[in-house]
Design a protein around this ligand. Sequence first.
Ligand code: C5P
Length: 217
Amino acid sequence: MQIAIDGPAGAGKSTVAKIVADRLGIPYLDTGSMYRAIAYQVLKSGISAENEEETVKIASAANISLDHLNNRIYCDGQDVTNEIRSAEVTSAVSIISAYPGVRKRLVELQREEAAKGNVVMDGRDIGTVVLPQAPVKIFLTASLAERAKRRWHELQKAGKAAIYETIYCDIEKRDANDRSREYSPLKVAEDAFVLDTTAMTVQEAADCIVDIIRRQG
Ligand code: C5P
């Protein structure tokens, strides 16, 4: 069983996908974390995210491994699970994810993971590029204002300083980069079910997806 969940930034994909994977008893793979791990390595090496050639070299050499059980991600042996969520990585990631050389390498890894068995995979191009044959494709979205509000609440809860307007603009910019890039842009797969969660709770969204999966299967 392969479940593809795509959508814009902050739509709640990771949270919802994790719940769906737990309910089905299958692994969950957050492909955004892989792009973030490369962005982190690039910044750590002191290279600018604008330097495509060096970034692709880093992506090609990087040894990324995923611990599905504990939801951890390792890059060259280092646990980078927390580091990849920094503001610096978040602003660099949509620059480096536009490079075809980076995408080629990560799509290969994602397909290798999918070949191991059942998976719920979330990202931007899972239904369109990574697993176009996936029997269930969901495009999870919500209004930009709602997505920024959710992110703001998340940061508040974590005791981190957050300005709503800044979050709104950052998400808007990242979406624009992801939608307008030449290779594998964020778009709705023709056979995807579009789920707008603006007025839904996380549990309601997960219920709805599990329902779609059961009806398909
Ligand atoms: O899902 P998340 O917001 O953590 O993803 C971070 C970034 O990684 C996205 O903004 C996008 O630029 C990139 N990404 C991608 N393709 C994917 C997953 C993420 O380009 N399949």
